[in-house]
Unconditional design. Structure first.
Length: 195
C-alpha cells in the first residue's frame, strides 16, 4: 500500500504546482458554454467568443468581397483586342462584363472576391486590385473536355469543366482592366474593349 500512496502523493504535488498554468484568470472567464473547458485550459476571451454571421467579413475561403463599384469602362463595346474568335465566348464575356459594370447580382458567391494569389502572367499589383468572376460559356456543361480558344490568332486551351463553375474566369483589375484565363489561372490574356 505504501508504494501506491507515494506516487499518488507526488503526482498531486506536481499537478498542484502547475495549476496556475491551466487556470483561467478571474477577469478573463469564458462564456457559460465554455466553463467546463476553461476549468481545464485557459481560453482567451477573443477565442471563446462565438462568431456570428454579421461579424464575418469574408467568404468561406477567406477572400474579401468588397462592395461593388459601377464602372462604365467595363460596358461592352464592338469587339475585343486581341480578337476573340469564338462567338460563344464573346457573348459570355460581354454578358458578364455588362453585369459587372452595373453591379448586377452574380450567380456565384465567389464572384467579385478579391483575388489575392499572385500568378505568373498576371501583372503584379497591390493587394485588392484584382476581382475574380466566373465565366460560364454556353454549351460547356460539367464534364466537358478541354477545347481550343483562338484569341489574336493564337490558340489557347480552355480547361476541362470539372465543376459547375468550370475553369474559365475573368479577372478585373482596378475596375477597368480585363484579363481572361481559359485554364484556371495558368494563362492570362489581357483584353481591351474596342468602342
Amino acid at each position: 500500500m505504501r508504494k501506491l500512496k507515494l506516487p499518488l502523493l507526488l503526482s498531486a504535488l506536481f499537478l498542484s504546482g502547475l495549476s496556475h498554468v491551466f487556470a483561467a484568470p478571474p477577469a478573463a472567464r469564458a462564456p457559460a458554454a465554455y466553463d467546463l473547458l476553461s476549468e481545464l485550459v485557459y481560453i482567451p476571451p477573443a477565442e471563446a467568443a462565438v462568431s456570428t454571421p454579421t461579424a464575418v467579413a469574408e467568404d468561406d475561403r477567406g477572400y474579401e468581397k468588397p462592395p461593388c463599384v459601377p464602372s462604365l469602362a467595363l460596358l461592352p463595346g464592338k469587339a475585343f483586342f486581341p480578337t476573340v474568335s469564338d462567338e460563344r465566348r464573346v457573348r459570355a464575356i460581354n454578358d458578364l462584363l455588362a453585369k459587372i459594370a452595373v453591379c448586377k447580382p452574380m450567380p456565384y458567391d465567389n464572384d467579385g472576391n478579391v483575388h489575392s494569389k499572385p500568378h505568373q502572367g498576371l501583372p503584379h499589383k497591390p493587394a485588392g486590385y484584382y476581382l475574380e468572376y466566373t465565366l460560364i460559356v454556353p454549351g460547356r456543361p460539367t464534364g466537358s473536355k478541354p477545347e481550343p480558344v483562338v484569341i489574336g490568332g493564337q490558340t489557347y486551351m480552355a480547361g476541362p469543366v470539372q465543376s459547375f463553375r468550370g475553369a474559365e474566369r475573368l479577372m478585373i483589375g482596378g475596375g477597368r482592366e480585363i484579363y481572361y484565363t481559359p485554364d484556371h489561372y495558368q494563362t492570362f490574356i489581357g483584353l481591351s474593349i474596342l468602342r
